[in-house]
Design a protein around this ligand. Structure first.
Ligand code: CDP
Length: 138
């Protein structure tokens, strides 16, 4: 159990739309869509990791808002947790700088238009249940 490593995924919401990112690597995940994010580093908090990953991967200045309840298993030792996030005022628009080759803002009714990674499907479903109505996503 001690070697469990948390991967944080960002439910980045802006103007009633959720950001989805298409992975470009590794080959077995390329072409599938995910909530952008990555591994929490030793000594780092999950929300700090989220902000760092969004800066590195998308070039944005974001803030974590709160955690979506739940946790989803990835390939051991990783587990996925999701945090909602938003762009801070003055942030650049997201761009696929590393790990991804396309981004899409998904509005209400479009959330399931992309081919999410299998493991992200329950996380996205829970995210919608958690904040969908409040953010205008459902
Ligand atoms: O950027 P970093 O190397 O920290 O992490 P990553 O390679 O983006 O993600 C670590 C692992 O979590 C990979 O195996 C991803 O496929 C997985 N992951 C996922 O399944 N769903 C996400 N929303 C984000 C990452």
């Amino acid at each position: 159990m001690s070697e469990r490593i948390v991967v944080v995924g960002a439910a980045l919401v802006d103007d009633g739309r959720l950001l989805a990112a298409r992975r470009s690597a590794p080959v077995e995940l390329a072409g599938r869509w995910e909530l952008p994010g990555g591994k929490v580093e030793p000594g780092e908090t999950a929300d700090a990791a989220l902000v760092r990953e969004l800066r590195e991967e998308l070039g944005v200045d974001a803030e974590a808002c709160g955690r979506v309840p739940g946790e989803w298993p990835l390939k051991s030792p990783y587990v996925l947790q999701v945090w909602t996030a938003r762009l801070r005022p003055g942030s650049a628009a997201p761009e696929p700088l590393e790990d991804h080759d396309e981004l899409r803002w998904l509005g209400p009714g479009e959330i399931w238009d992309v081919d999410w990674l299998d493991q992200d499907v329950p996380a996205v479903r829970q995210t919608l249940a958690h904040l969908g109505a409040a953010e205008g996503l459902t």
